[in-house]
Design a protein around this ligand. Structure first.
Ligand SMILES: *[C@@H]1O[C@H](CO)[C@@H](O)[C@H](O)[C@H]1NC(C)=O
Ligand SMILES: *[C@@H]1O[C@H](CO)[C@@H](O)[C@H](O)[C@H]1NC(C)=O
Ligand SMILES: *[C@@H]1O[C@H](CO)[C@@H](O)[C@H](O)[C@H]1NC(C)=O
Ligand SMILES: *[C@@H]1O[C@H](CO)[C@@H](O)[C@H](O)[C@H]1NC(C)=O
Ligand SMILES: *[C@@H]1O[C@H](CO)[C@@H](O)[C@H](O)[C@H]1NC(C)=O
Length: 366
């Protein structure tokens, strides 16, 4: 009686049969949403309802995501895979999701990212969150390769916060020509170099808060100037307000680049200026007026001592070299001197004898 189960379901419509979702998950057909939150999953389940467009799988222990993980849910547009301890993204991990618009991989431990992990035909991805996702600096290299290979030319928002990033290789973001928002907050960046942000012509917001910038060099400032229309967030960095902050402070006062949180840029050092707003530091307060600060004096002194040492060393070397060139002459001279002195001494001796003999007299060895 094949019709019996159907009848059974029809009778109990809207309760057990229909609502039967994956164990530990919640399936909401009306909003085309499935949520598997702390469901103890060890892999992406294979029987996710076909209606799913929004899929949350968070707080589970999923080691790996690969090509077959999303078989049967091809219409997912938003995928949140936060906090699953994911270590590996396989080749074409999201390739089946042809309409995937938002991908959130925050809070994972990605150690292996296949170069084609983000390749999806037609590059539909607009939003990618990788906040606190990378395992170590090796994964950064993998990620940059995957961004390049993935050709995410429609990506608008990229969140790379909380990844311990220290250095961004040149042109890291050039494969992402549509990027509007780039979040690099909560990393360990210390400097910006030429070409760090090359290719980001559409950028509207760059978040560099909570990094390790002590100042921005003229090279870094020039690179930022190129971003033109973008609003920058630069607060919560340990700015050093010693003498060399002048250029940065002047730039903040006069640049056409918009720094959205300029009043949150505070001095972390020297202790006497701690907590002061960087732009309020004038030449006078930073003790650059008319004199160098102690660090600079020490450096200058050290430089001049080193220079003096070099000059003296050079003079000494030339002297030794000249001596070496004249070694035969010198030996001859020494022999002659020796002979002369011997003659003198002998002469003295002789004269002494002569002197003691009042009958004889003479002169020294000539
Ligand atoms: C995805 O959507 C298309 C068109 O709306 C539909 O034809 C297809 O069956 C859907 N796929 C799944 C797995 O539901
Ligand atoms: C990604 O998920 C985390 C945790 O669920 C959330 O805090 C964050 O806002 C999400 N980011 C995006 C871009 O959706
Ligand atoms: C990063 O982790 C991987 C996998 O554990 C390891 O092979 C690699 O040496 C690590 N790299 C660094 C820089 O620690
Ligand atoms: C910064 O990143 C670390 C490491 O990912 C994370 O533990 C911490 O919560 C983050 N802090 C903020 C303020 O986002
Ligand atoms: C920046 O502007 C503020 C007020 O407009 C001024 O007090 C400060 O001296 C300026 N700083 C520099 C370095 O020009």
């Amino acid at each position: 009686m094949p019709r019996l189960p159907l009848l059974f379901c029809a009778l109990l419509y809207a309760s057990p049969c229909h609502a039967e979702c994956l164990p530990g998950c919640e399936c909401l057909e009306a909003s085309q949403t499935v949520r598997c939150v702390y469901a103890g999953l060890r892999e992406v389940p294979g029987d996710i309802p076909k209606f799913t467009k929004i899929l949350f799988i968070t707080g589970n222990r999923i080691h790996r995501v690969s090509y077959n993980s999303f078989h049967g849910v091809e219409n997912v547009t938003k995928l949140v895979l936060s906090n699953n301890g994911i270590k590996e993204l396989g080749s074409h991990a999201f390739s089946l999701l042809l309409t995937l618009c938002t991908l959130n991989l925050s809070q994972n431990q990605l150690a292996l990212i296949h170069p084609e992990a983000f390749s999806v035909p037609g590059s539909p991805l607009q939003e990618l969150s990788l906040s606190g996702s990378l395992y170590n600096s090796t994964s950064v290299t993998d990620l940059i390769t995957a961004l390049r290979w993935g050709a995410l030319r429609n990506l608008l928002h990229l969140d790379l916060s909380g990844n311990h990033l220290v250095l961004l290789p040149p042109a890291t973001f050039s494969p992402l020509p549509s990027l509007r928002q780039l979040i690099l907050a909560n990393n360990s960046l210390v400097a910006i170099y030429t070409n760090t942000f090359s290719g980001l012509e559409q950028l509207q917001e760059l978040d560099l808060r909570y990094n390790m910038f002590r100042t921005l060099s003229s090279e870094g400032l020039r690179e930022i100037e190129i971003l033109g229309r973008a609003t920058l967030l630069l607060g919560q960095n340990p700015y050093s307000c010693s003498c060399d902050v002048q250029e940065f402070a002047r730039w903040l006062n006069s640049s056409r680049v918009q720094v959205g949180d300029v009043e949150r840029l505070l001095c972390a050092s020297p202790p006497s200026l701690q907590g002061r707003v960087v732009t309020a530091i004038s030449i006078h307060t930073s003790s650059c007026y008319g004199k160098m600060n102690p660090e600079e004096v020490v450096t200058t002194l050290q430089t001049s001592y080193v220079f003096l040492g070099l000059v003296l060393g050079l003079v000494g070397m030339i002297f030794l070299f000249v001596l070496y060139l004249n070694r035969h002459g010198i030996r001859k001279w020494i022999t002659e001197m020796h002979a002369a002195c011997r003659d003198v001494l002998e002469g003295y001796h002789y004269r002494y004898e002569i002197d003691s003999d009042p009958r004889i007299s003479g002169t020294c060895g000539v």
